[in-house]
Unconditional design. Sequence first.
Lengths: 242, 225, 222
Amino acid sequence: MTIHRVIRKVQRFQGWFGGGAALCLMVGLYLGLIGSPPDYYQGEVVRIMYIHVPLAHTSLLGYTVLALGSLWYLWKRDPIVDNMCQAVAALTAVFTALALGTGMIWGKPTWDTWWTWDARLTSFTVLLLILIGYLMLRTFVDDPEKEARYGAILAIVGFVDLPIIHFSVEWWRTLHQPQSISMRGVSISSGLLVPLLFMSVGMSLLFSYMLMVRTQLLYLDRLLHAKKGRLLSQFHLSKSDS
Amino acid sequence: MTSFNVIRWIVWKDFVTELRSRETISSMVFFALIVILIFSFSFSMDQQAAREVIAGIMWVAFAFTGIIGLGKSFSTELQNDCLEALQMVPEAKGAIYLGKVAANFAFMFVVEILLFPMFVILFNLEVVEEISLLLLIFLLATVGLSAIGTLFSALTVQIRAREVMLPILLLPLVVPVMIAAVEATKGALNGDPLALYGQWLELLAVYDVVFTVVSFWMFELVMDS
Amino acid sequence: MIACHAIGKSYGHFQVLHDVNLSIAEGECFALFGPNGAGKTTLLNILATLQRPSTGYYEILGMHGLKDKDTIRANLVFLAHGTHLYDELNAKENLAFALALRGHRPTDRDVKQVLDRVAIGAFADMKIRHFSAGMKKRLALAKAMLAKPNVLLLDEPFTALDTAGTEILRAYVRERLSENGTVLLSTHDHDKTRPIASRAGILRQGTLQEVAVEGLKSDDLV
């Protein structure tokens, strides 16, 4: 068995992603934590935005990649694409959970509550539930081919559903809560925009780098399992012949 | 023409099985009654409070009973491995899906119609004027639940821990249906003008169309490697 | 005609089938022996278009098994472990339903004829729930008879069948062979299989080895 040609290609330039991520995140963190002024209304608290917003962006990016990868898998049925989907789902789940967590931490001083049924927080919670469902589903299927196919179906249906979920939650919120508590209270001035941009790019690069490494790991793991199966059955066969 | 025949035969088979075994609808109705009972114990409600929460209770009961019916829809196909026979049907996977959706919709809708009078009596509702609107809300929401629910019933029936996985996968995906159905039902029960909650009916209609199409397309991939 | 080209199937690190190469011509009946867990059912499931092989591909009636599945399905009947019958329907209704899904509409006369042929004509209006395992097997066989397939896959067909039932099944297999059908069956029962099998093979640890039908003793099968 040979290493997949995609992996050999990726291995050649994945270091650039890792290095780029480290550089962007370092510059972004410096600008965000030290090099930028505190917010007029929120004070120092606003700095958590430099982590929270990039995490949220990257989660949405990750889910988009998951949906596209799932479509690609259903079309080509290449197992390495499924390895990529599995890796991207786990990473997106972690990023979504972190985005929710930082959102809650940000919410405590600004809105004086850990949790509010804000449209974005609610949509992200549903997104996290879908991703956990996806990861659970995969562990409950015996046949790897079926596991990949069912995962892809759930990912695509969920992707179509996400805008509808967001839309319905937002409508529901405007009916039941005064507008005052809203993420949109933060107006972004250009002083905040530069570090935010660095952090967003850095977070996406970090996500891509981890995705590449994780995909390779899952792929090599599968190769190893197949090899092990082959050796085991040859061993049993030679034993039953003698 | 064959496809239409397949739809008819699937619906016929599910109806005849249900008429003879009386398993699905009776278990759904009794489960729903228990849910209603538990809810009325957990909130001690006066007339005013009931108006606020009744729509929510109603749709929680409908969704949970719906999941029971949806789960049974394909778990009965495991008897004698009938699911394999459905998977080996040449070409008509979409027709099987539509037949199953029609049967599931019918079961859920019948149960909702049977339960609704219970809500009216137990919670002293006045619904004479809004009855046709309420029926329309039930219809739209139930189409959405059965369209996506049938797909996930077929998917979860082929994996381990299927009884748990159907609600875990399905409920987050039907959040829009639940929100829209509850809001619209609340509006209708309060006698609000339709303009105040008509948007929810539109949302339900959009959801129905989108997920009937998506599930119809995905069903073939669930049934067929 | 059935042709397997290096079919492999694995569940994670558990390799069920190993480069299975097999070619069965028209008018041939191939008997597949092997201990439990050797992969017989998996191979039949793959050929019945129920599972996708992990490696390799197969052809049935000259059609690619991963691309022309629908054409293959229309010409193939798989009698599996499960009988594919609905407990709440009676014998006639089960036949009508199964055939309707294949796009056929058998006449009452045909239905009566096959039910008599498998000797359960007297129970045509009885719910399957009250059938014995052998009667269900016979009804499943009647379903296959109505479908008139070119390719017949049988998974342990003799289980639950009595002597008369076995004879009915063998007569049907001979009839399909005489009409240039292809039959692949998995079994443990050498004595019952010998009269109809034209070729045989043993599947061990997912590897297929062809053997002569006549030289096969029951000891070889373990």
